[in-house]
Write a protein that binds this ligand. Structure first.
Ligand SMILES: Cc1ncc(COP(=O)(O)O)c(C=O)c1O
Length: 467
């Protein structure tokens, strides 16, 4: 079985020269038809591979970041709040929200956000099954439970219809996750939430700077919360941020874990009985080294994202003639925009004669050294921690505690067919952080080469099975 591939027929013919009309340089070592997986010449040779590492290096640390970090370190001001205050103000202005409140990490930000919208004992939080655990797991500390909903197979984000189907009288909040940078379809989500009186906490950890119909992600729901840890698009080390236009929600986040800011945001009467002790019993203060780095990151973030976007769109343009791999990207009319965190493509095994995504990705990485990945986060509803784990050792798993007798938490979530099958249909794209056309061309070439060798891949799979 062979894919019909126009621009890069050289892979099929074994030609080695550059392809006319295509930007970039193909080295003489590239292009041999036999897959590197089977002993052929890789597209990027071992000796060249180190030169490609800089494409992926993240975050991009400049002199201003280094100096900002040093200033905080040398002044011993790591534990203050003045630099964090400045960062919050600047972040809120950049994000287009009235308020921002930082935290030591995204997990802490999300828990504070859940508290802010009133999630508490007996309540349910609806969360898409495909996301990182921190999008929802903290809800169980508040005495709430998590009910999972399915995802849209084209975008990997929360399916609005599944969200609505999982609402019960106990549903207090929903957490749409802009997963792998893709904006959730917020209009229907907001309409359903409004109809049922449900609060919306956007998880923007993968998508800072992304747009949904012209609106910045994190500004559409009641509030947004996000991770700013090293691997994320907006990277400051460890850190989290809560954003909202609602003063009351902001005050509740402060009340939860920003004990030094309680006095500033609450009247003497309001704190008379409790002093300025945090209701969450937690200390959500951001390390000011991270805050100082964040202030510098803000200055260059938009231009970095623009370069990443240029690189990623170039890569996807280069492979758009390969049937069976499709970029996940919001409809491109400039009013929608991805945030750039480890973007994913859809892989169709049917288009490749049943070749597994793992095999395809293994072959790709053999061609280029590294850069491709398999699948996405595993479906969270398959983990027993949410429903059955006896976390406090008292025989009462938190989710069961909240339900009427005889109702199993598992029955509330039920089967989620898309989430359960999606892992075999997703490829992690190479995450280019720089636009370097000749180097990106090698990845494009690798995809064409592997796609043109489906029969050999199937044979390889057969042999693996036998062995
Ligand atoms: C979607 C999502 N939400 C929340 C978090 C939690 O953030 P943090 O690691 O900063 O606590 C992460 C990842 O780290 C994430 O990927």
């Amino acid at each position: 079985m062979k894919q019909s591939i126009n621009r890069r027929d050289f892979v099929k013919t074994g030609a080695t020269a550059a392809v006319a009309g295509f930007a970039g340089c193909m080295t003489a070592t590239a292009g041999a038809g036999k897959l590197a997986l089977l002993g052929g010449t890789p597209v990027v040779g071992k000796a060249e591979a180190p030169a490609y590492r800089s494409l992926f290096k993240w975050p991009i640390v400049n002199e201003a970041m280094r100096k900002a970090n040093d200033r905080v370190l040398c002044s011993g001001n790591m534990s203050g709040t003045d630099i964090a205050d400045e960062f919050e103000k600047k972040f809120a202005a950049w994000n287009g929200t009235k308020y921002a409140s930082s935290a030591p990490n995204g997990t802490a930000s999300l828990i504070a956000a859940f508290y802010a919208v009133g999630l508490g004992p007996g309540d349910e939080l609806i969360c898409p099954s495909i996301t990182y655990w921190a999008s929802c797991l903290g809800a169980i500390h508040l005495g709430a439970s998590v009910v999972f909903a399915d995802i849209n197979p084209d975008t990997l984000t929360l399916d609005p219809a599944s969200f609505e189907a999982h609402i019960t009288p106990r549903t207090k909040a929903v957490v749409p996750v802009h997963v792998y940078g893709q904006p959730c379809d917020m209009d229907p989500i907001m309409a359903i939430a409004k109809k049922h009186g449900i609060k919306v906490v956007e998880d923007v950890s993968h998508a800072q700077g992304g747009l949904y119909k012209g609106r910045k992600l994190g500004t559409i729901g009641d509030c947004g919360a996000m991770s700013l840890m090293t691997g994320k698009s907006f990277a400051i080390g460890e850190g989290g941020m809560f954003v909202t236009n609602d003063r009351e929600l902001y005050r509740r986040v402060v009340r939860w874990g920003q004990y030094e800011r309680i006095k500033r945001n609450f009247s003497a009467e309001e704190i008379a009985l409790t002093n300025n002790l945090p209701f969450g019993g937690v200390k959500n203060r951001l390390n000011q080294c991270s805050a100082a780095i964040g202030i510098e990151q803000l200055k260059k973030y938009d231009s970095e994202c623009a370069e990443i976007e240029k690189a990623m769109l170039y890569y996807h343009k280069g492979i758009e003639d390969v049937k069976g791999i499709r970029m996940i990207y919001p409809k491109w009319d400039k009013s929608n925009k991805a945030g750039w965190y480890y973007s994913r493509s859809l892989y169709s095994p049917e288009a490749f004669g049943g070749v597994k995504v793992e095999t395809f990705v293994t072959a790709l990485n053999k061609e280029v050294g590294r850069g491709f990945d398999v699948g996405c986060n595993f479906p969270l509803h398959t983990s027993s921690i949410f429903d059955d784990a006896d976390i406090f050792g008292n025989g009462k798993p938190p989710a069961k505690r909240n339900l009427p007798d005889g109702v199993s938490p598992k029955a509330l979530t039920g089967r989620l067919p898309v989430a359960e099958s999606i892992l075999s249909r997703v490829i992690g794209d190479p995450s280019f952080k720089h636009f370097d056309a000749p180097k990106i061309d090698m990845f494009i070439e690798a995809v064409h080469k592997v796609a043109a060798n489906v029969d050999a891949l199937r044979e390889w799979e057969r042999k693996q099975k036998k062995a």
